[in-house]
Design a protein around this ligand. Structure first.
Ligand SMILES: Cc1cc2nc3c(=O)[nH]c(=O)nc-3n(C[C@H](O)[C@H](O)[C@H](O)COP(=O)(O)OP(=O)(O)OC[C@H]3O[C@@H](n4cnc5c(N)ncnc54)[C@H](O)[C@@H]3O)c2cc1C
Length: 237
């Protein structure tokens, strides 16, 4: 087993290009996944990469560095479009878990119960993946392929999650799922609402790994296997 804690992204990418590494961020999914077994993988610890711990803005995007924690997100000065993401952040584990767990870890772990996924999907989030050979940007909907499966290639590091600066107008819908009764994300969902159709569509990450039963009117299976919930909403007009 090898252990490395690079200090720069370039150093991390060079290591990733040379061998198979398991990435470690906050460790809140990594360690529970190990169970009682000793760690045998080569571990690339991302906690030396200060450049990845930020929440910033460009002309076109809000950018969450991969190591931005849920506490960072809760405390960040963000516009109301991010309220659902902040609510999701407060749902993650406990304060200790929110202090360690990162946005990238939540997405790369690709749990069907990941609380960060629904609000980020509805904000049209994209992930930035870097490798020694370059950078690519992938829509979150295309990044998460299924239960614990993502489109990340072995030599790639998720460096940031970005959200367009001008997300379309949104509505907030409270989920009726009982957290104690089902292990699923229950963050309020947001989705652009069209005043002409008076409809909004939502994606629920918690339904990706299993077929969605039409236990409530309005659920449909979409082409990529996501559950789609079509709701009638009050239009402002
Ligand atoms: C007690 C407890 C309660 C929890 N409750 C919740 C909850 O309510 N809701 C919820 O959504 N989650 C919950 N979690 C899960 C976890 O806290 C979150 O998913 C967290 O965001 C994971 O981030 P991390 O930095 O700890 O990831 P890690 O455990 O470090 O990594 C998770 C995975 O992502 C990969 N990875 C991490 N960073 C990168 C990167 N930059 N690029 C590529 N791959 C990367 C790792 O290799 C690993 O496969 C809970 C965990 C615990 C222990």
């Amino acid at each position: 087993m090898r252990y490395a804690k690079p200090k720069s992204i370039d150093e991390a990418l060079a290591l990733l290009a040379d061998g198979s590494w398991t990435l470690l961020a906050g460790g809140t999914d990594f360690y529970p996944t190990q169970g009682n077994r000793p760690v045998r993988d080569d571990v690339l610890d991302l906690n030396g990469l200060q450049q990845l711990r930020h929440i910033s803005q460009t002309d076109s995007h809000f950018v969450f560095g991969a190591r931005a924690t849920w506490t960072d997100i809760i405390r960040a000065d963000l516009p109301p479009a991010f309220d659902a993401l902040k609510l999701a952040a407060r749902e993650v584990g406990s304060i200790q878990i929110q202090n360690s767990g990162t946005i990238a870890g939540n997405l790369c772990n690709a749990s069907p119960a990941a609380d960060g996924v629904p609000p980020l999907l509805t904000l049209s989030a994209e992930v930035v993946l870097r490798s020694a050979s370059g950078e690519r940007v992938v829509g979150l909907a295309d990044f998460i392929l299924g239960n614990r499966r993502t489109a990340r290639a072995p030599g790639e590091l998720l460096t940031a999650v970005r959200v367009p600066r001008r997300p379309p107008p949104a509505i907030r819908i409270s989920s009726s799922l009982a957290r104690g009764a089902i292990s699923s994300s229950r963050s309020p969902w947001r989705r652009p609402a069209s005043s002409s159709t008076r409809q909004a569509s939502c994606r629920m990450s918690c339904c990706r790994s299993a077929p969605v039963r039409p236990w409530r009117r309005g659920f449909r299976r979409s082409k990529n296997g996501c559950a789609k919930l079509v709701l009638r909403v009050m239009s402002p007009a």
